[in-house]
Design a protein around this ligand. Structure first.
Ligand code: FES
Length: 104
């Protein structure tokens, strides 16, 4: 499963996210202190696009009802049983690569 180039670090808006599609999945990229993280774009509450939310510190805040998720591991500070998927990221200079499994 190779890493695939998906975006440039500079494409990711500060304090928000960038939506990319890989293997028919919507992936949200966020940049925190120069490090890029990739998560599922789909909010498990009612399906909002998390890449259009806000990144505050390590927290992705959903734009619809403000549920939040840790950008590094996808965990929810509100509900320990709730988690969004995260994906492996590699950076080479400004180029961002993501590895998405064939199924998850
Ligand atoms: S859809 Fe994300 S909090 Fe409701």
């Amino acid at each position: 499963m190779p890493f695939v180039p998906v975006a440039k670090v500079t494409d990711i808006p500060p304090g928000s996210g960038l939506l990319v599609e890989m293997k028919e999945r919507d992936i949200a990229l966020f940049c925190l202190d120069g490090i890029v993280y990739a998560t599922s774009d789909l909010c498990p509450h009612q399906g909002a696009s998390l890449s259009t939310g806000t990144l505050k510190g390590e927290k992705i805040i959903c734009p619809w009802h403000q549920w939040c998720f840790n950008v590094k591991d996808g965990s929810s500070p509100l509900n320990p049983r709730l988690k969004i998927k995260t994906y492996e990221v590699k950076q080479e200079g400004d180029q961002v690569f993501v590895m998405v499994p064939d199924s998850d």
